[in-house]
Design a protein around this ligand. Structure first.
Ligand SMILES: Cc1ncc(COP(=O)(O)O)c(C=O)c1O
Length: 217
């Protein structure tokens, strides 16, 4: 079955032409893994490119296309792919095991280094994903302020938990509100209406819209 294009732009046709192997991988993998991805943000229409290699600022996909990687794993790879110092440190650690299931004393060393470089950091917690980081940050903010409402920008991805998987990719099929007053819409079934109501959505770069939302919190 040919994937439908939601855009008639010539670039969209070009994308299909240059990513035939990605399409094959998508067809196979999406039968095993919903949407063919393990993180909602990695999916886009008609299918994502599947990457096989990264080096420095470059990324290669299964079709052999080379990209300048401006995304760098959404910020996690800011030191570049295959940074030799990181590769060497990983190689050493692999020999001592990877996931030990108990905390490592090395977390203290890393925490100290981050605090040295960013003096306003008083305490911190490491997480395995941005989803966990924003989940902890929201819980902490709620505990401190004793307030439940949160505000996020429409169209911005901040993780895949229920509080933030809203209005990332609002569809015209749902009531998305107006530009000045965007409605909060769940990006997935399974997110309870009661939870959706706790997140207010703001149009990006619109101070008035933000002010109106903050007054509601
Ligand atoms: C600011 C911010 N918060 C949270 C996330 C969610 O991260 P993850 O996809 O690792 O859960 C991202 C991902 O790009 C992000 O940029």
């Amino acid at each position: 079955m040919k994937r439908e294009l939601s855009s008639n732009l010539p670039e969209a046709e070009e994308y299909l032409k240059r990513t035939r192997k990605s399409e094959e991988v998508f067809r196979e993998v999406s039968g095993l893994i919903p949407g063919g991805v393990n993180s909602a943000i990695q999916f886009f229409e008609p299918y994502p490119v599947y990457g096989v290699r990264g080096w420095g600022s470059r990324l290669w996909d299964v079709d052999g296309n080379e990209y300048i990687d401006f995304c760098l794993s959404y910020g996690a790879m800011t030191a570049g792919h295959c940074n030799p110092k990181i590769v060497e440190a990983l190689r050493k650690q692999l020999e001592d095991g990877t996931l030990l299931g108990v905390p490592s004393p090395r977390v203290g060393d890393l925490a100290k280094e981050i605090m040295r470089r960013v003096p306003c950091v008083e305490m911190l917690r490491f997480t395995n994903s941005g989803t966990e980081a924003t989940m902890h940050a929201i819980r902490l903010a709620r505990a401190v302020t004793r307030r439940n409402m949160i505000v996020k920008m429409e169209g911005a991805y901040h993780g895949a938990h229920d509080y933030l998987l809203v209005s990332d990719k609002p569809s015209r099929m749902v009531l998305m509100g107006s530009v000045k007053n965007p409605a909060t819409t769940a990006d997935s079934l399974g997110i309870p209406e009661e939870v959706v109501k706790l997140t207010l959505v703001v149009h990006f770069n619109d101070a008035d819209c933000l002010e109106r939302a903050l007054k509601k919190t």
